[in-house]
Ligand binder design. Sequence first.
Ligand code: SAM
Length: 252
Amino acid sequence: MDGSQDSTLPRISLARSARRWWNDAAAREGRGAAARRLLSVLAEFVRDSTPERRRRRYGDAEYDWDHRVNTTSAAVGWRDRLLGLFHSPYQPTESVLFHEMIEAFGEHTGIDLSEFVFVDLGSGKGRTLLMASDYPFRRIVGVELLPALHETAKQNLSCYHGKSQKCFAIESIRGDATEFLFPDAPTLLYLFNPFPESGMRRLIANLEQSLRTHPRAVYVLYHNPLLEHVLGDSAVLKKICGTHQYAVYASG
Ligand SMILES: C[S@@+](CC[C@H](N)C(=O)[O-])C[C@H]1O[C@@H](n2cnc3c(N)ncnc32)[C@H](O)[C@@H]1O
């Protein structure tokens, strides 16, 4: 998958997403536990639709207000929120934390960011792409599964003018990020829990294959690393630093 396939992808089907979620969950934890989890996921969806919860999602609108963009999780339609439960719900990275992570990453590794492509797999409305453009990355790429979020990301990219912007080669690609064709260049891969475990395993296998074909420096900056054991199982990625909020892995 690369940018050229952008408009040819089929619409994301709710039934197919739910079926895939069910097959994964039933295989991993058994049908009884999967059914209980499905009920709790649907109950969470109903709770999340109350006016109080919807109001709360506007709580992170400061970034949007400051930059005149639309990146909050508040204005996401019910269908995309339901799809999000079967893939991974959209939630943008908080801006102060993002900058803290990138600064700490830069200090720890001492790398020259201008040699690196910044890739966010599961990039939603593109907030990280905008924030990453404050750094002199060689290029910035986001991949988002849900068409509505990808379209909003494209609008955000076209109207964004950051005072401290240093990278202008930015794109949002619509597609399944587990099938992403990684660039051959040195890469900083950013992940904020975009997939369930099966997707994360596919992604890491894909990255390992890419590293075997094109050995190069690749770092993974994993925010809120709920599935860190998947990276821990990798033969080519080694953890180099982290806190309770993020973990950084490097190709060996
Ligand atoms: C927690 S949000 C993170 C958003 C963004 N990376 C950020 O940090 O601001 C996860 C995103 O991953 C997307 N996603 C889920 N599965 C995906 C897949 N297979 N391919 C691409 N995007 C996916 C969701 O639609 C959602 O927008």
